[in-house]
Each structure stands twice: as C-alpha cells, then as structure tokens.
Ligand binder design. Structure first.
Ligand SMILES: *Cc1c(COP(=O)(O)O)cnc(C)c1O
Length: 475
C-alpha cells in the first residue's frame, strides 16, 4: 500500500463494501446485538464515508487492495469508532491521581453502605415521599433532613441538586429586590464557573461589596447596611487562601450584627465539614459550629468533605428553611430518590460514629504516611512486573481537591513508574485504555501513582493493567 497510482483510486473506491454488506459481517453483527442496528448503521455510514475520503486523498490506495481487505479495514474502523463512542459513557475508573475530591472523576466515592442503599431501591419502588406510618403522602427526604438537623444542630434542613443550587435558591428567595453585603475577600470563583456575584445578579439581588481583598472589619459591614439590605453573606473562599496581612470578621460577630439590625446571615460554606477535621484539612468550617455561632442558614455540598452523593444542603432556622421549601424554585431544584438513599446512608455513618471507618473521603484523608508506605511496598511485592518497567517509591503530595483546603497537601509516598522503551505519555495513555481506565499523573517523564485514592480492592486491577501495558508493547 505504498505506491500510489492515481488511477487506482476509482478502482479501489468501487471495491468498497456496501453498507449492507458491511453490516452483515460477523463482528458487526456482534456489535449490533449490543448496541442495536440503528446506532451501528449510523456509525457504518459515517465510517465508510470517511474511508472513501481517505481513499480519494490517496492515503489508502493500492492497485492490489482486494475487496476483502477493504471490507476488513471497514470493519476495523467501525469497531474502533464504536469503542471510541463507548469511552464517552460514564464508567468506573481507578483514580490514581491522589486528588481525593476530584470533580472530573465524580468527587466523593460513596461508602459501601450508601452504594448498597442505592442498589436496594434502584430497581423498584420506594417510600421517597410516602409515610409508611400513616399510609399517605409523606415529606420528601424527611429522614435525611432529620439526620442533618441532628448532625448540625440546626432547626431545619433542605436538600437540593448541588451547592450552587443551594446558594441560588437562598439568594432568589431572600436577596431578590434587596441587597446582600459581602466582603471583597470573599468574591471568589469556585471551579466550574460558580461566581457568587453572578449568582446574586441572576437571582435579582444586588451585591454590596465591603472591605478590601485582604482585610474587612465589622465597621465595614455596619456602615454598608442600608434600607434595602436584607442579607449578610459569608462565602468560604474554598479553593483560594489569602495569607499575610489579613483580617476578617468572625461568624458570631456577623450574626450578632445581622440580628441587631433585623437582617439574615447566610454562609455558603462550600465544602463544609460535618465533624471536626481541622487536624487534617485546616480551616474548613464545621457546620454545627456555624449554626452555634448564630448563622441563620448555611449551605454546603454533599459530595465534597461530607463524602456523599452530589447535592446541596441548606440547614438553618425553621421559618427560613420553610420559606425555601415553599418557593416554586425549590420544586425545580429538588433531588431524586437515589440521592436521598445515598445521602441518608452516608449521614447514618456520621450518626453512628463510624464515619471514618465507612466513608472513603475521610479514610483517604486520614490514612497515615506510614500506612501508605506499607501499601506501596506490599503492592510492589505482589505486583511483579517486567524488568523494563521501573517502579520505585518516591515522596510527593496528595491533594484534597474539590475546592477544599488548597493549602493542605498531605505528604504521600508515590509509585513512580517508568519504562526503558515506552514514554511516560504513552504509559499514561495505555493505563487510561485499560479495561477499568486508570487515571494517573505525569511528572518528569514518570507516571506517578498515588495509592491514597486507590481502593484496596482495585490494586489487583491496577497491577494487571501495568503488566498488560508492558506485554502489549512487546507483542
Ligand atoms: C464547591 C462550592 C460551591 C459549589 O458547590 P457544588 O456542589 O459544586 O455546586 C459553592 N460555593 C462554595 C463556597 C464552594 O466551595
């Protein structure tokens, strides 16, 4: 297929299989069984068109190209196109990046308990909005809300689709047509284009910025309060830290000021810890503490430090939460049964006192350096790979991620993998192509694997993927 003779092009084109013939090929029939003929026919048409263009461009032409080999090539192209389409589907991956709350990889992996709770209700009916005691309609998510109140000591709780939705709901109900005061040090963008000023603008409220980026005093808030002021806002800077010559006002002082002036104090805690985690994650707000400080409403994500499913949680004073519940916007932002099932199971772990045992995010945060060194050693002992694949344990850092604790990077032993003949980029992409894709990072021409975010049960898959990388390359 190397000598290109223009006159071969029409002849080669005429030997291309028809769509019908292509669809009758054995491997394509197998694909049709999996994906249905509609989808595969569309892919076959597209691929034969592309193939025709390649031939016209003379990149696949040879006087001797038989109809049979053109057909095999077309089959291969359809199979490849189908596989590539499949890769876009949401699927299980192994996170070896060391980023614990990895937004691109689904943030918090659920606990076994939450996973089982999902399975128990997924394929049947469930009592999401039905009261089994009275046999009539019940309050959606009641048990989750009760658990949230117990764990945060708030009077009331409500759950929506995510923390962005939570902030939007609060602003829409309480800031529309009014003014909300915020410190300039808290006007931050959270990953994925969540900007508080834009949320407030969209909700019909007005933002009144006070203080400076690094310092805001209580008198700045006091002076800004006017006839239209309705809310004092605190936004946790999450993925951002201001250090050095700084000062900010405590939640308690802000709440006191708000109440003395008839205002509502709302805190968007973002990640927010349900239990004290300051040893591990630094200054992430503990929700019960905010409530204890007098904050009227606090919002936080379900799938960051809490370690549960994607959702946004608002806890706070009963009358305020009821206003949110009665707003039509809540109906548009509410969550489904699967979210409640997973959230309840996650919260129950906290309630039982077994959060650190059950919840993967907390386990990954808490595991010690020494334990991880031991895991790396035993992984490398068990996983014997070829001589050419060099694996050594080096020191590095994991990342909390998800816009939490940017200043905390847990010290971590990493497995650095390199190969005498395969580049780090190639190794990395081979790992991504494994049956269960493995996501790693590359540094100085080595692939780095961080076992902190790899479940123990996934280690054997990681090992066989590494082994296969090498053997595939040699074959
Ligand atoms: C992460 C975060 C959000 C957005 O939360 P989602 O659950 O991703 O919608 C909002 N506010 C703060 C302060 C955050 O940290």
């Amino acid at each position: 297929m190397n000598i290109v003779d223009e006159s071969d092009i029409p002849r080669t084109l005429s030997r291309l299989p028809s769509i019908d013939a292509l669809l009758r090929a054995g491997p394509i029939q197998d694909l049709i069984k999996v994906a249905g003929s509609h989808q595969i026919t569309a892919i076959a048409r597209e691929q034969v068109d592309l193939f025709r263009i390649d031939i016209q461009k003379a990149s696949f032409v040879d006087a001797n190209t038989s109809a049979e080999s053109l057909r095999s090539e077309a089959v291969r192209r359809v199979e490849r196109a189908w596989q590539s389409k499949r890769l876009a589907a949401v699927q299980r991956v192994i996170n070896a990046t060391g980023v614990i709350i990895h937004t691109n990889l689904g943030r918090a992996p659920l606990s076994d308990e939450a996973g089982q709770a999902l399975l128990r209700i997924a394929s049947g009916y469930c009592s999401v909005e039905y009261d089994l005691r009275t046999g009539s309609r019940g309050l959606r998510g009641r048990h989750a809300e009760e658990l949230l109140c117990e764990l945060t000591r708030a009077e009331s709780a409500i759950v929506v689709n995510n923390c962005a939705a939570a902030a939007f709901l609060v602003m829409s109900v309480f800031a529309a047509g009014a003014e909300a005061i915020i410190s300039r040090g808290e006007l931050v963008e959270i990953g994925g284009d969540f900007r508080i000023p834009e949320v407030i603008e969209r909700s019909g409220g007005k933002l009144r910025e006070v203080g400076t980026t690094n310092r805001t005093k209580i008198s700045d808030y006091e002076k800004a309060i006017g006839a239209d002021t309705r809310l004092i806002l605190r936004v946790h800077p999450s993925n951002f830290r201001i250090i050095g010559f700084t000062s900010s006002v405590s939640n308690a002082a802000l709440a006191d000021l708000a109440h003395a002036r008839g205002l509502i104090m709302f805190e968007d805690a973002g990640s927010g810890a349900l239990i004290e985690l300051s040893d591990i994650v630094g200054d992430e707000p503990v929700i019960s503490q905010s409530i204890g400080d007098g904050v009227d409403m606090v919002s936080f994500s379900g799938d960051k430090l809490l370690g549960g499913p994607q959702c946004g949680i608002i806890v706070g004073r009963y009358e305020l939460i009821e206003e949110l519940r009665n707003d039509p916007l809540y109906r548009a932002l509410r969550v489904g049964k699967l979210t409640y099932a997973a959230l309840e199971a996650t919260l129950e772990s906290y309630s039982r006192g077994s959060a650190f045992k059950d919840i993967p995010v907390l386990q990954m945060l808490a595991i010690s350096y020494e334990d991880l060194v031991e895991r790396c050693r035993s992984f490398l002992d068990k996983c014997t790979i070829s001589e050419e694949l060099k694996c050594e344990v080096v020191q590095g850092h994991s990342v909390v991620g998800g816009g939490s604790s940017p200043d905390v990077q847990p010290l971590t032993p990493l497995i650095a993998v390199s190969h005498s003949k395969i580049s780090a980029e190639r190794l990395d992409s081979m790992l991504r192509e494994a049956d269960t894709p493995i996501i790693a990072r590359i540094e100085r021409d080595r692939v780095l694997l961080d076992l902190r975010t790899v479940a123990l049960d996934d280690e054997s898959e990681l090992c066989s993927a590494l082994t296969r990388c090498v053997s595939k390359n040699l074959s």
